[in-house]
Design a protein around this ligand. Structure first.
Ligand code: ATP
Length: 415
């Protein structure tokens, strides 16, 4: 199912929580909605599910408007499957009953007139159908269809051995799979997932991410997935929408958002980039405190970085050196991660006059820009060769890629 939002604004209480959000998710695509806490991700998902009314704009599914100001197709009529952060399983229902329930609801919608007021939500399909609301052949066909679908979903989510168990008898990962199976039973067209892995430990999280990717491939559902974990978003999605303060500030494929962020916020949030303060002269950038005569070529850096007086550098772009040339930094933390050592560094304060930092307050107010601290990775061997203790001052330079470095004296003449 293709999902389109055009100029969507949502007010909760007297706060505008979503502002003029426009985005388009092609049928079968996996969109990750990525943003910090409180940015409006869950509200965006709730607007798509039909849980909240719109102040303005439209939401459409396959070209049909499902929400606009003053109109909202009820959630149960939207054919969407939702997985909530907390799983929200029903303690009194078994695994197979969880999956049966939305199938009965869908059936109920189809036979609404026949079933109206007949008390269909009993614990099993048998009980439900023994209400004799339909003819015998119709009953048999309904049982068969629902049973068949339940079997398929149990198999798809590898829950066959647990079908008779209640939630209290399941592990975290199994509960998660029940939540997925129930959502798929509600709809295979559109799945809305609100941080579904946030309560799982790291190994289980990795397994569930693989399972979700497989499920997405096999079902072909459109998936909208809310997360504040950039690695999860980069690993799973076809498209990432970065949300800040209720707005979508950038949307694109993961590599595009990672490699070509359009603002300091996206660079720092999605790529963990350092926002190196310094001075722009034309296309050339001189990092603050740089010891040496190099300047960086910012031809491909968007204007928002010039306005903020900074240059984005991703962790993998740095080279650590014992001596100048480079930017002096103090190593404040090291974390051994097996193949690499993650170093957290701060610009060495003695070298820097904070007044020289041309910081755009609005863009960087929520990011530790002035107290610039960021990560870089070195090999364990390099770590042993270059640094021994946190607290040491070392130098970092931008990895030479052949095109992004110039000489200060040579290029000063060109600006
Ligand atoms: N019912 C409400 N009334 C008023 N404000 C609300 C209401 N619900 C949420 N908000 C506010 O709307 C903003 C967006 O909330 P939302 O839950 O969508 O953010 P989020 O990005 O999903 O956050 P998190 O990652 O912490 O779950 C927050 O500042 C929140 O405090």
């Amino acid at each position: 199912m293709k999902v389109e939002l055009s100029g969507v604004s949502v007010k909760l209480g007297n706060r505008t929580v979503l502002r003029e959000v426009s985005l388009s998710v092609p049928s079968g695509a996996f969109l990750a909605v990525l943003g910090p806490s409180g940015s409006g991700k869950t509200t965006l998902l709730h607007a798509i599910a039909g849980f909240v009314p719109l102040e303005s704009g439209t939401i459409s599914f396959d070209g049909q408007i499902v929400s606009r100001a003053g109109y909202r197709l009820p959630p149960e009529e939207r054919e969407v499957g939702v997985v909530f952060q907390s799983f929200a399983l029903w303690p009194h229902m078994t695994v197979e009953e969880h999956i049966t329930f939305p199938l009965l609801q869908r059936r109920r919608r189809r036979f609404r007139t026949e079933l109206e007021g007949k008390g269909i939500f009993r614990r099993t399909i048998g009980k439900y159908l023994s209400n004799k609301t339909q003819s015998k052949p119709k009953e048999d066909a309904a049982v068969e269809t629902i049973e068949h679908e339940v079997e398929k979903l149990l198999k798809l989510t590898e829950l066959l051995p647990f079908r008779k168990r209640f939630p209290s008898e399941l592990s975290g990962g199994q509960k998660q799979r029940v939540a997925f199976a129930r959502a798929l039973a509600a709809s295979r067209k559109l799945l809305l997932l609100d941080e579904p892995f946030s309560h799982l430990d790291a190994p289980l999280r990795a397994t569930m991410q693989l399972e979700l990717a497989k499920l997405h491939r096999t079902t072909g559902s459109t998936v909208i997935f809310v997360t504040h974990d950039r690695e999860e978003a980069l690993a799973l999605a076809d498209l990432i929408a970065v949300v800040k303060d209720g707005r979508v500030v950038q949307i694109g494929p993961p590599d595009e958002v990672y490699l070509q962020p359009n603002s300091p916020f996206v660079a720092a949030f999605v790529a963990g980039a350092a926002l190196v303060p310094g001075t722009w002269r034309g296309k050339w950038f001189t990092p603050l405190g740089y010891v040496g005569d190099e300047v960086w070529d910012g031809t491909s850096i968007p204007p928002a970085f010039r306005e903020a007086g900074c240059f984005p550098v991703r962790p993998e772009e740095w080279v650590l050196r014992k001596y100048p040339p480079g930017i002096p930094v103090r190593i404040v933390r090291r974390a051994y991660e097996g193949r690499t050592v993650r170093l957290t560094v701060e610009l060495a304060a003695t070298e820097i006059n904070p007044d020289e930092v041309q910081c755009n307050e609005r863009e960087t107010a929520d990011w530790p820009f002035r107290k610039t601290s960021f990560d870089l990775f070195v090999s364990p061997q390099k770590y042993r060769d270059i640094c021994t203790d946190p607290g040491q001052i070392r130098h970092i330079i931008l990895r030479k890629s052949g095109t992004n470095i110039g000489s200060r004296t040579k290029n000063d003449n060109n600006v």
